[in-house]
Write a protein that binds this ligand. Structure first.
Ligand code: CDP
Ligand code: CDP
Length: 210
């Protein structure tokens, strides 16, 4: 049987994780949320209490990340996401994490990886590449709803600013900036329900697999 990788990229809160999990379930593939590898590195660095600008220490944390032990509930904190996007500009951190992600991507019978640079850097030969996006306002609304649903207070305007700041950092870094691969299919979910986005993605994957 032919091995298949589905690469899902896009900005924060575009719906990559939700879509990737469902695609992985549907096709019986392994799923890796690569954002968690950056978050786990950032959390390990925060826990050491050492300064953030020491790339050698950050690289050591990246080399120690255990893909089997990643847990979004432990890594969900806002400060960890912010810190993750700061250490994600460091080339040696990216090199360490990309190597682990590539090894994961080869699992049989197939894999779904989501992140920022899967179609461009981690798995340039992926059979299917989706670039999932939505307007910053829609993405901020999704984040806001998540926070409120968890019983916490949230400030929508502050979240819009955060989303834009994170986009700016992810799209304008020198190493592996967020951008659609030349052969990626664009999926703008601004006006789509989760179900509609899944059906659209499934049609694209089915067409590529047949
Ligand atoms: O969940 P959210 O979309 O907020 O972010 P995430 O996917 O958990 O990723 C956190 C940060 O890690 C992002 O803002 C990126 O800076 C970085 N990241 C990356 O550089 N490359 C990836 N393949 C995945 C995440
Ligand atoms: O992984 P990423 O940060 O790109 O996004 P996510 O965690 O999959 O989705 C962020 C939030 O948006 C979740 O609460 C989803 O339920 C919601 N969502 C949505 O409302 N409509 C969509 N079409 C996709 C996601």
């Amino acid at each position: 049987m032919k091995h298949i990788t589905i690469a899902i990229d896009g900005p924060a809160a575009a719906g990559k994780g939700t879509l990737s999990r469902r695609l992985a379930e549907t096709y019986g593939f392994h799923h890796l949320d690569t954002g968690l590898t950056y978050r786990a590195t950032a959390k390990a660095l925060i826990d050491t209490g050492l300064p953030f600008d020491d790339e050698a220490v950050a690289e050591r944390m990246a080399l120690d990340v255990d893909l089997a032990g990643l847990d979004r509930s432990v890594l969900a904190r806002h400060e960890i996401g912010e810190a993750a996007s700061k250490i994600a500009v460091m080339p040696s951190v990216r090199r360490a994490l990309v190597e682990a992600q590539r090894a994961f991507s080869k699992k049989m019978p197939g894999t779904v990886l989501d992140g920022r640079d899967i179609g461009t850097v981690v798995c340039p030969d992926a059979a299917v590449k989706l670039y999932v996006t939505a307007s910053p306002e829609v993405r901020a609304r999704r984040r806001y709803d998540e926070i409120v649903a968890s019983g916490q207070a949230a400030d929508y305007d502050a979240i819009v600013e955060d989303v834009k700041k994170r986009d700016d950092r992810d799209m304008n870094r020198a190493d592996s900036p967020l951008r659609p691969a030349d052969d990626a299919v664009l999926l703008d979910t601004s006006e789509m329900s989760i179900e509609a986005a899944f059906q659209a993605a499934k049609r694209i994957v089915d067409a590529a697999l047949n």
